[in-house]
Design a protein around this ligand. Structure first.
Ligand code: HEC
Length: 127
């Protein structure tokens, strides 16, 4: 492939990734391989499940609970709740079953579906 073609192919890929709400940085680090979550749907799911009663969630006006940590700049955090390395899959695991990973945590198992949890993770990691 000519160099200009290679650059074009990479730009197209990054444009698609950006459209899917995935940062070039995350793609470069291979974090998102095999992960699919829709941040727009995630935002709606976060409202629907009432996560904001316990968390400050950026971009969601009524999400100002102070029971749990603020979920601001969450993508930059190294661990999820101090127990799981912060990867998209682990955020999904945490949201679905926090007490499997941290038995005494105050965050309840809310019966979140895998699809909803993936969408929420995409939203939170992007913010
Ligand atoms: C009853 C209160 C409560 C509700 C409701 C709740 N959480 Fe939590 N959440 C917590 C607490 C408390 C922690 C801190 C857990 C720990 O460190 O053990 C936490 C931790 C987290 C973390 C890890 C934060 C970090 O800084 O590592 C994420 C992500 C998270 N919650 C997402 C959600 C999502 C998404 C929902 C909605 C489906 C939700 N939470 C609902 C109380 C709650």
């Amino acid at each position: 492939m000519k160099r200009s073609h290679a650059i074009f192919a990479v730009s197209v890929f990054l444009a698609i990734a950006a459209g899917a709400g995935i940062s070039a940085d995350a793609v470069a680090h291979g974090m998102w391989s095999g992960f699919s979550g829709n941040p727009e749907r995630g935002k709606e799911a976060i409202k629907r499940y009432g996560c904001g009663s316990c968390h400050v969630v950026p971009g969601i006006r009524d999400a100002h609970g102070r029971v749990g940590p603020k979920l601001e700049d969450f993508g930059e955090q190294i661990y999820v709740a101090g127990v799981l390395p912060n990867t998209p899959d682990n955020v999904v695991r945490w949201i679905m079953n926090p007490r499997d990973h941290s038995p005494r945590t105050a965050m309840p198992d809310l019966g979140v579906s895998k699809e909803d949890a993936s969408d929420m993770a995409a939203y939170l990691l992007e913010k």
